[in-house]
Design a protein around this ligand. Structure first.
Ligand code: LMR
Length: 330
């Protein structure tokens, strides 16, 4: 008798019959520190969805690679080990079997935005909606694109002339376009997950990195990088992903509450990022440990010359999205 009871219990459990009522927990894993823009936006989403669902949907925020890191968060969400992540657009190649079909790498092209003000052209941009329909397989659904401003070049040594870039070991996010950019500077690209960057700077296995000021400050890079040049040379955005099976199995009430919170969060996120990146510059200067400097004309000339080798890396599909996106900014 006992054996049948256990078997029946196992069958019922697997059918979710014993599952609690329709209370839902969203585990949200990300790789940056508390209070960075991405973390603040997760917390915003958490408060909104718990409000709109009357507490039936809860969010557990796992910052700073505390649950999963750059190397395993994409497989974690595909396998349902977490319900949401927001990796940077440079890391979306894992979502595509055909990497040449990944439109999000166009955001790695330098100077896609001339200044932070131009980032507003991404809000409700129809090209973004078209891009989201290309995400295939991996059991995830894209529910938003968040912004974290423009990347600045930091270094442990002064970079005044073009020759100062030669041979510098520069940490990059893992994209073929980022690699082509850094090589065109005469520097040496180093693909590292975000959680490894601070120690790589500390032990000098990298000389430089490229981050928005909010991440630079949030991860205390001012302790291990003496210079920060306001190059604004490329963009950092995030793909907000949800596990498809989780999404499809939500009750209509919980899905409506989550969707309402998603829509509102996507409206608020850009403002959170632009304010954080602005304040971070003052906070970095206040540490007295990193000199925040305008880049020299010579360095900016090298950076602008990297647009062509980066564009040359685009596939025909990516080039098509790139042109559409630039046209949409006009
Ligand atoms: C990075 O790897 O530099 C960024 O993707 C970190 C972040 O903001 O997610």
């Amino acid at each position: 008798m006992k054996k049948i009871t256990i078997l029946l219990a196992a069958m019922l459990l697997s059918a979710g019959v014993f599952a609690a009522d329709d209370d839902v927990v969203i585990r949200f894993s990300h790789v940056v520190k508390k209070n960075t823009p991405k973390d603040q936006v997760v917390e915003t989403f958490k408060s909104l969805v718990e409000k709109y669902s009357n507490g039936k949907v809860r969010v557990e925020n796992y910052p700073d690679s505390s649950l999963f890191n750059d190397r395993n968060e994409m497989s974690a969400i595909s396998e349902g080990k977490v319900e949401m992540i927001a990796p940077s657009l440079s890391k979306t190649d894992q979502l595509y079997t055909d990497k040449e079909a990944n439109p999000y790498l166009v955001f790695d092209i330098p100077f896609l935005f001339e200044n932070p003000e131009q980032l507003k052209k991404l809000v409700n941009n129809p090209v973004l909606a078209e891009m989201s329909s290309t995400i295939e397989g991996k059991g995830v659904k894209l529910i938003g694109v968040w912004d974290n401003g423009l990347k600045q070049l930091s270094s442990n040594k002064a970079i005044d002339s073009a020759s100062d870039l030669i041979g510098k070991k520069i940490r990059i996010q893992p994209s073929a376009i980022n690699k082509a950019i850094i090589k065109s500077w005469g520097s040496s690209p180093r693909e590292l997950s975000y959680a490894e960057v601070y120690n790589a700077m500390l032990y000098r296995t990298v000389d430089c990195a490229e981050n928005p000021t909010s991440n630079f400050y949030g991860s205390r890079f001012f302790e291990v990088q003496k210079y920060l040049y306001t190059t604004h040379h490329s963009y950092l955005g995030y793909a907000w992903l949800v596990n498809s099976k989780f999404w499809d199995h939500l009750t209509p009430e919980n899905k409506a509450a989550i969707q309402k919170a998603v829509t509102e969060t996507n409206k608020l996120q850009s403002e959170i990022a632009s304010l954080s990146n602005e304040y971070a510059i003052q906070d970095i200067k206040a540490t007295g440990l990193t000199r925040v400097l305008e880049p020299s004309e010579a360095v900016m000339k090298v950076m602008r010359q990297s647009v062509k080798p980066a564009e040359d890396k685009l596939s025909p599909v990516q080039m098509n999205f790139y042109k559409k996106l630039k046209d949409s900014f006009k």
